[in-house]
Design a protein around this ligand. Structure first.
Ligand SMILES: Nc1ncnc2c1ncn2[C@@H]1O[C@H](COP(=O)(O)OP(=O)(O)O)[C@@H](O)[C@H]1O
Ligand SMILES: [Mg+2]
Length: 247
């Protein structure tokens, strides 16, 4: 085991009715890094994230976070006790609430606390919300209904909600799906801004985005890790080109 790793997967596998979607993956992510995971559709990227966040129970292997064994803990303890936050593919936000209310909700964890929070102008909460609004570049839209925002802006609100949960590790599954090139670039800058204090794992298919954010790239194919390295090294790897980049 790597003592300096924030997250360590050791030989992790899962089967769905005999089909091995994740097959013997070992991976180590350092504190403060941005790790991108790429690979063809069906490679097992989302399933790997489901295993880390305990949405899916793993069949073989172990997962360590800050040196503690978190294998098959409940999804709730993964999120709340260990501080692993996750954004699903596609926005999951409350359209009938404002941007600010969505963030306050994520900050408080319950609607009851939300009312008090917004009414009492708790300074800590205000400060946290202002900081997140700046990071997600929606300070000007704080009182707008989320339903009126663009698809890309909704994705940013959800990134903001993950930030509000004060996660140490933030996992984003294809956050730029459906975004314009400009929104995709902005999302990359946001991810760079939020790393450092936090660790980010992001799955992606847009190679310009991967070049923009990646420190280490992990390439998956058929449930396995095909290659791992810096962007230049990965883009020049003949196997990676054959199974993924030439598409
Ligand atoms: N709950 C499930 N039941 C059965 N098969 C699944 C389930 N989740 C994912 N799979 C299969 O596992 C493989 C990996 O899927 P996924 O992790 O979504 O890939 P990716 O995110 O890399 O596109 C695919 O073949 C998919 O059909
Ligand atoms: Mg996926």
């Amino acid at each position: 085991m790597d003592d300096k790793a924030l997250l360590e997967l050791v030989n992790v596998s899962v089967d769905f009715r005999g089909f091995r979607a994740v097959d013997g993956v070992s991976m180590s992510v350092k504190a403060g890094e941005i790790r991108t995971i790429i690979g063809p559709n069906g490679a097992g990227k989302s399933t790997l994230i489901d295993l880390i966040t305990a949405k899916t129970k793993l069949r073989y292997g172990r997962i360590f976070f800050q040196g503690r064994d978190i294998t098959n803990r409940s999804p709730d303890s993964i999120a709340r006790i260990y501080g692993i936050g996750r954004k699903f593919q596609g926005p999951n936000v409350f359209g009938d609430m404002t941007v600010e209310e969505n963030l306050a909700l994520a900050l408080s964890g319950s609607r009851g606390v939300l009312r008090n929070l917004l009414r009492s102008e708790s300074e800590d909460a205000r400060g946290a919300i202002d900081g997140i609004l700046d990071t997600i570049e929606l300070a000007g839209a704080r009182r707008e209904m989320v339903s009126s925002l663009s698809h890309g802006e909704k994705q940013w609100v959800e990134i903001g909600m993950v930030l509000a949960q004060d996660a140490k590790l933030i996992i984003l599954d294809e956050p730029t799906t459906g975004m314009t090139a400009d929104e995709t670039y902005k999302t990359g800058e946001m991810i760079r801004a939020m790393s450092g204090d936090r660790t980010v794992i992001v799955t992606e298919h847009d190679m310009d985005f991967v070049r923009q954010v990646a420190q280490t790239v992990t390439v998956m194919n058929q449930g396995k890790i095909l290659a791992e390295g810096g962007f230049e090294e990965i883009s020049a790897n003949p196997e990676v080109i054959r199974v993924y980049l030439k598409e």
